[in-house]
Design a protein around this ligand. Structure first.
Ligand code: DGT
Ligand code: ZN
Length: 585
């Protein structure tokens, strides 16, 4: 059973428990476990069978046992029992945008609605508006959501750039409104998660109504649903929900901290506060014994009150950040300004849109010191490819442009396809003429785990391979990672001195934050690349930095925070040379 299937089973179990009115902790526990299982770089089925599932974050004894039950019988017993209690259609309703188990349960109790079809009929015949908490608007929203679901857009989570694009546009506009004070993105977008369900925005303003009016009149906004002094919920034309919340400046920090989440992080903060006799909420930090409430204008004050240093939003996932903040051992996270070059990009020679000259100029404009041109090799399976002769000419052209461009070291590279047997797509003599080699898998990745792992390790053992590109091959929300034994890949990376890429393409973000953290902790060196296919996508590097920050990485862990000579010196080929020259005769 694949991780995604196991994760789906636990996400469904969480929904069922919520339908059943279980306490929120239980529901959250299963949801967190589902997330950890989905994003694990290791086979959870294998871990569970070896009795080691509890090594996963958020998985304790109870959930570990349930995973084993699921593997043995194809079903979690508790889910089976609950499914007998609730019709299957009801679970589908909980997944509609604007719903959730509580509202679905209410319609089930009041009107007996137990399927999407029954829900559609109830909205069309206006029976829905009779239920408290549902009105004319709710009926319209239901029909819109059902239509979106029919078009295959239901329950869709947007990739980070879409959410940030909407969020940054709205924030910029609201900051211009007279009387607006602070306006910030919160929620998953502020934490720079891979995907976002909605865009959360927190603001403070002397005149909240003016802020809501300004939101309604923005071009991106299609309609505003509920709204009032405390904020508004709106929908963009692309179907994204925007939640705007407005507070007084004195407790802006409290609401921002609360709505930034994650839910798990907040829960842990609250638990820690309780140990100190404090209660943290979106309204303030209250001392029950003293009967006082401390409103916090900034998040720093909240963390200070519970005995911690400020925690960056990207770390707020309940992955050890509270302990580190208490102990003063939080990492100094890598920043996008610290990157000094990009070592993976494409030009018109393969499937890129711009020339070498244009890419070099764009890299210079970003302030980079170096750029590697790495077009695809011969057998990558799509677009133009670069034959050995063409590669020789491309190397010459790169050298020419390098001589012309002041202030940028332009490297002649290639993104070489790794063939099914682990060998590379050009012969060694040609590879030796290149300054920089990225090896990636683009074809034949439907292999068993053992073969695929061996294939990648074989490529890593090649003395000229500097970097493995997008090592796990996943596409966010679209394609599962290759069947790799990731721990063995990390071990090989450390042993051979091969760098591992965090590919910053927002569809990939590969390595993901879990694998990148594991790799760095194991002593592997990482490198953040844009994989740009044109001058505009060099800026995608920010999403790779987001992943690196969510993986707790500092500049030390990331090779391209170094100058080219420094990075060059730590490559395996330089090390091999050094040891060859110092070897005694
Ligand atoms: P998303 O929207 O699924 O991409 O992820 P978030 O993290 O943006 O979640 P969202 O929009 O539902 O809520 C924003 C934050 O508000 C969330 O990260 C934590 C906080 N929050 C919202 N509802 C609850 C709740 O019921 N319990 C707790 N502890 N926190 C909540
Ligand atoms: Zn959100």
């Amino acid at each position: 059973m694949r991780n995604a299937e196991i994760a789906d089973a636990f996400a469904e179990l969480a929904d069922l428990y919520e339908l059943d009115g279980a306490i929120v902790h239980r529901v959250l526990a299963y949801r967190n476990a589902a997330t950890a299982i989905r994003s694990s770089g290791r086979s959870v089925a294998e871990l569970a069978q070896a009795g080691r599932a509890e090594e996963l974050p958020g998985v304790g004894k109870t959930i570990a046992e349930k995973i084993v039950d699921l593997l043995d019988t194809g079903e979690v017993p508790a889910a089976k029992r609950l499914k007998e209690k609730f019709p299957a259609g009801l679970v589908e309703i909980t997944r509609l945008p604007g719903f959730g188990p509580k509202r679905a349960r209410k319609l089930y109790d009041e009107l007996g609605i137990a399927s999407l079809d029954e829900l559609r009929r109830a909205a069309e015949t206006h029976v829905l508006r009779a239920v408290p908490g549902f009105g004319r608007k709710a009926e319209e929203n239901v029909l819109a959501a059902l239509e979106a679901a029919d078009n295959g857009q239901g329950g869709r989570r947007a990739l980070l750039p879409e959410a940030l694009g909407i969020g940054e546009e709205i924030v910029a506009a609201l900051r211009e409104v007279p009387g607006s004070d602070r306006v910030e993105i919160a929620g998953s977008a502020r934490r720079r998660a891979e995907t976002c369900k909605d865009v959360d925005i927190v603001a403070s303003a002397a005149d909240p109504a003016a802020l809501v009016d300004a939101l309604s009149s923005l071009r991106v906004i299609a309609e505003v649903g509920t709204s009032g002094e405390a904020g508004a919920r709106a929908l963009t034309h692309s179907g994204m929900t925007v939640e705007l919340r407005i507070v007084s400046p004195s407790s802006f920090g409290n609401l921002l901290q609360h709505l930034t989440g994650s839910g798990r992080h907040n829960e842990l903060v609250r638990t820690e506060a309780v140990r100190r006799g404090l209660h943290v909420s979106e309204y303030g930090v209250s001392d029950d014994a003293a009967g006082t409430t401390h409103a916090c204008a900034t998040e720093e004050e909240i963390y200070a009150l519970v005995g911690m240093s400020y925690i960056e939003p990207e770390l707020r996932e309940g992955r050890g950040e509270l302990e580190a903040a208490r102990g003063g051992t939080l990492p100094q996270l890598v920043r996008v300004e610290e990157l000094r070059g990009d070592l993976h990009c494409h030009t018109v020679a393969s499937d890129g849109r711009n020339t070498i000259e244009q890419m070099a100029a764009a890299a210079l404009a970003r302030g980079y010191e170096y750029l590697a041109i790495t077009d695809h090799s011969a057998t990558h399976g799509f677009g133009n490819h670069v034959s050995p002769d063409e590669l020789r000419r491309q190397i010459e052209r790169v050298r020419e442009v390098d001589a012309q461009v002041e202030g940028l070291t332009l490297l002649a590279g290639s993104e070489v396809n790794v063939l099914p047997d682990g060998s590379l797509d050009y012969d060694d003599a040609l590879l030796a003429e290149l300054d920089w080699i990225v090896a990636s898998l683009h074809t034949s990745f439907r292999m068993g785990e053992r073969e695929l792992t061996a294939r990648m390790i074989h490529a890593m053992e090649h003395p000229l391979v500097d970097l493995i590109g997008h090592p796990t091959g996943r596409l966010i929300e679209r394609r599962e990672p290759y069947a790799l034994a990731f721990e063995r890949i990390v071990e090989a990376a450390v042993r051979t001195g091969t760098l591992l890429e965090i590919n910053a393409n927002p569809d990939r973000r590969d390595l993901n934050e879990h694998n990148a953290r594991l790799a760095a902790e194991s002593g592997a060196m990482l490198l953040i690349d844009s994989d740009a296919h044109g001058v505009n996508t060099l800026a995608n590097i920010r999403y790779g930095v987001d992943t690196a920050r969510r993986a707790w990485l500092t500049r030390e862990h990331v090779a391209n925070t170094r100058s080219w000579p420094e990075l060059d010196a730590l490559r395996k080929r330089s090390r091999a040379q050094a040891s060859a020259t110092t070897r005694p005769c």
